[in-house]
Design a protein around this ligand. Structure first.
Ligand SMILES: Cc1ncc(COP(=O)(O)O)c(C=O)c1O
Length: 427
C-alpha cells in the first residue's frame, strides 16, 4: 500500500470507495488524457464521473477561472452577481421550460434535494415516485429516492417513496416485451399503483440511469408517465445530472428522447456544466420555483468563480457542437464495442447513447451479473492505459464509458482497442 493510500484509509470514511487494488493518484490532465503520480499517461474515458465534460485543462475554462479569481471569488447571493445571472439566462433558455427560473447549488445532490423540496411543497405531499435502480445523490432526502441497494445506506427518509418499474429495459418482468408493449405495461402498472395510494408530489427519474449502469427505458416512457401523472397534478422531475448538455448525442437533454411534446416540470443538472468546478442547479417554471414562502439560500451556489467556469465551458460546448461530436464519435465507439462484444460471451449487452455507453458483464451462458469480471476488466484497462468506470444495480457489473465530449475518432479507436484487449483478458 502506498503511503498516500494508507493515509487516505486512516483519515477518510470506509465507505468512500476507491477504484483499483492499487488506487490511482491523478496529478494532472490535458484534453482527454490524465497522468498519475508516477508520470504514467492514461486515456480518460470516465472524466471524473462524467464531470470533466469538455476536456481536461481546457484553455478557455482555465482562462475564465484565472481571470475571475483575480477579481473576486465569491460575494454570496445577497448581492447582484453578473456571471450567475448570465449563466441562469442561458440555462433557462436552453432548458425548454417556459417562464423558467434557475437556482444554483454546489452539487447534483443538493439540486435534487431542492427539486424534492419544491415538488413536495408545491403539491403539499411527501409522496414521491422514483424508478427502481435509480441514483439521485447522497443527502438524506436523495437517498430516500434512490432505488439502488448499493447506494442506500439507510431506509429512513423524510419522503414516502414508491418505486416504479421501467428504468431498465432488458431486465425484469417486462423485458421480453416489444418497446410499445413495454411502455404500455409500465403505464398500466403506474396507473394501478396510483389507484392504491394518495396523490404523489412528483416522479423523479434519470432519462438514462447513470450509477445504475447506463440503463434506460424505450424512448417515450417518461412522456407516457407524465401524461398519467399530470391528470393528478403530479410533477415530472428529470434528473439530468449525467444526461444533460448533449452527452447523449441525439439530444441536448435526456428528457428530449421521451417527450418531443414538452419539457419536464422540473429539471436538475450538475456534473459536466462546471467541467470540474462545483455547479449544480434546478430549473422550474416560476410558479413552482416561487412556491416557497420562506427565505432560502445556498452560500456557495452560483459563486462567481464557478459561474465563470460554467459560462466558458457552455460557450465552448455550444460553439464547437460537442453534442454533434458525442453523436458522431459515440456512434462509432458503440458500434466498435458491439462488434467486440459479439465475440465475447462475458458481455451481455452494450447499450447507451452518444458518449454514455454501458457494457454489461455476466457469467458466460447465464444472465447472472459478474462483478468480479467487471473489476478485472477495470484493472486490465488501466494496465493498458485506459480509465473507465463501473456501475450497475444489485451488483456493479457494468463498465461505464463516458469520455469528455471532445473525444476524437483516433482516441475512440485507441480506447476501444484497449478495452477490447481488457475484455479478452478476462474471457
Ligand atoms: C443522476 C445523478 N443524480 C444526482 C447525483 C448526485 O450528484 P452529486 O454527486 O454532485 O451530489 C449523481 C451523482 O453521481 C447522479 O449520477
Amino acid at each position: 500500500m502506498t503511503d498516500l493510500h494508507a493515509r487516505h484509509k486512516a483519515v477518510l470514511p470506509d465507505w468512500l470507495a476507491l477504484y483499483y487494488k492499487d488506487p490511482l493518484e491523478i496529478t494532472h490532465g490535458e484534453g482527454r488524457h490524465v497522468w498519475d503520480a508516477d508520470g504514467r499517461k492514461y486515456l480518460d474515458f470516465f472524466g471524473g464521473i462524467l464531470t470533466t465534460m469538455t476536456a481536461h485543462a481546457l484553455p478557455e475554462v482555465t482562462k475564465a477561472v484565472t481571470e475571475q479569481a483575480g477579481r473576486i471569488l465569491h460575494s454570496s447571493t445577497l448581492y447582484l452577481n453578473r456571471p450567475m445571472v448570465e449563466l441562469a439566462e442561458r440555462i433557462a433558455q436552453l432548458s425548454g421550460i417556459p417562464d423558467a427560473r434557475v437556482f444554483f447549488t454546489t452539487s447534483g445532490t443538493e439540486a435534487n434535494d431542492t427539486a424534492l423540496l419544491l415538488a413536495t411543497t408545491y403539491r403539499r405531499s411527501n409522496q414521491i415516485l422514483a424508478m427502481r435502480n435509480s441514483y439521485h445523490g447522497r443527502s438524506f432526502s436523495a437517498i430516500g429516492v434512490t432505488g439502488n441497494r448499493g447506494w442506500s445506506p439507510t431506509s429512513l427518509s423524510p419522503l414516502q417513496t414508491l418505486y416504479v418499474h421501467g428504468g431498465v429495459r432488458t431486465r425484469g418482468p417486462y423485458a421480453h416485451l416489444g418497446d410499445a408493449e413495454f411502455i404500455a405495461a409500465c403505464v398500466e402498472d403506474l396507473k394501478d399503483l396510483l389507484g392504491h395510494t394518495r396523490p404523489p408530489a412528483a416522479l423523479i427519474a434519470e432519462p438514462i440511469q447513470g450509477v445504475g449502469g447506463f440503463t434506460s427505458p424505450p424512448d417515450g416512457l417518461y412522456a407516457a408517465f407524465r401524461d398519467v401523472l399530470h391528470q393528478q397534478g403530479a410533477l415530472w422531475i428529470a434528473d439530468e445530472v449525467q444526461t444533460g448538455w448533449g452527452r447523449t448525442g441525439d439530444h441536448f437533454w435526456g428528457w428530449q428522447a421521451h417527450a418531443a411534446s414538452g419539457p419536464p416540470d422540473i429539471l436538475t443538472f450538475a456534473k459536466g456544466i462546471g467541467n470540474g468546478m462545483s455547479i449544480g442547479g434546478v430549473v422550474a417554471r416560476a410558479e413552482i420555483m416561487n412556491c416557497l414562502d420562506a427565505n432560502s439560500i445556498s452560500t456557495f451556489g452560483g459563486t462567481q468563480i464557478t459561474m465563470a467556469a460554467g459560462l466558458a465551458n457552455l460557450t465552448y460546448l455550444v460553439e464547437h457542437d460537442l453534442q454533434g461530436n458525442a453523436r458522431r464519435v459515440g456512434g462509432l465507439l458503440i458500434e466498435r464495442l458491439r462488434a467486440v462484444a459479439a465475440q465475447l460471451p462475458v458481455v451481455r449487452e452494450v447499450r447507451g447513447r452518444g458518449l454514455m455507453i454501458g457494457v454489461e458483464l455476466v457469467r458466460p451462458g447465464t444472465d447472472e451479473a459478474d462483478p468480479d469480471a467487471a473489476a478485472a476488466v477495470l484493472e486490465a484497462a488501466r494496465e493498458g492505459g485506459l480509465l473507465i468506470g463501473k456501475g450497475g444495480g444489485h451488483n456493479t457489473s457494468v463498465l461505464r464509458v463516458a469520455p469528455p465530449l471532445t473525444l476524437t475518432v483516433a482516441e475512440a479507436e485507441e480506447g476501444a482497442t484497449i478495452l477490447d484487449r481488457a475484455l479478452r483478458s478476462v474471457q
